[in-house]
Design a protein around this ligand. Sequence first.
Ligand code: HEM
Length: 237
Amino acid sequence: MRGLLQEVHDRGPPSPEDESIAAHLMRVHDKAGKPLPHARQWSELSIFFYAGMETTAHSMAWCIYDISQHPDVERKVVQELDQLGLLATPERPTPRNIEYADLSRLTYLNCVIKESMRKRPVLPMLFRRAVKDVRIGPYLFPQGTIIEIHVLAMNTHPLYWDRPDDFLPKRWLEPDAMFAQPNPGTPSNATHNHKGTVKTAGIINITANASSAPISAPLKQASNTASRVTYCLFDIM
Ligand code: HEM
């Protein structure tokens, strides 16, 4: 990564047409006009690589595996690709290249990807540390508590999903699948995401709000073990 960054620097200032991440990082200056230090550019560039590549590669691999395990799903995916001229067939050995606009036309494939990511989120757990004492519902989390946001549990909990263990891409075609009702206090920009995202945003948002709210007795003292905290959150969702 350092070598790559050095190579980019050796090319000199990026041209205005250069829309690469490295070029954007090189254009960033602080108020005094100083560029982002090399170490910071390196760390930002690295995070894009590992946050972007592993996640995407694993999600794609699981998605292909899920398709391979469900012949009915595979048949529908193939049919959709064929209808859009994106499938190699004996009559069309060289299909056209996929275009950006195709992403919104591949309705069923989108559902398959969402369903695969629901069942096998590559980041199944996220963690936050309470920077202050924080109240969430009836629970008090002392400053320093590690709060686990259990994405996998939320994505497969029977409270939120019908037949959570089944691979059912068509559930994403239901009208309320894309526009789940946000929890009170959820930021409006989270309302147009899928259910899992809305719930996650809700939890994070509650944490943020509660840190500025008065913490009054009597409150249950939450254990600060990660699993306990997760299920406390389920109780109040
Ligand atoms: C299927 C693909 C992806 C999944 C499932 C995914 C998932 C996530 C999740 C859950 C987080 C939040 C982590 C947290 O707050 O604890 C995150 C953060 C992030 N993602 Fe992705 N992501 C994907 C693709 C990408 C791509 C393609 C890029 C960039 C090229 C990217 C860049 C980032 C960055 C920069 C962060 C913030 C990291 C930080 O806060 O330090 N992700 N991603």
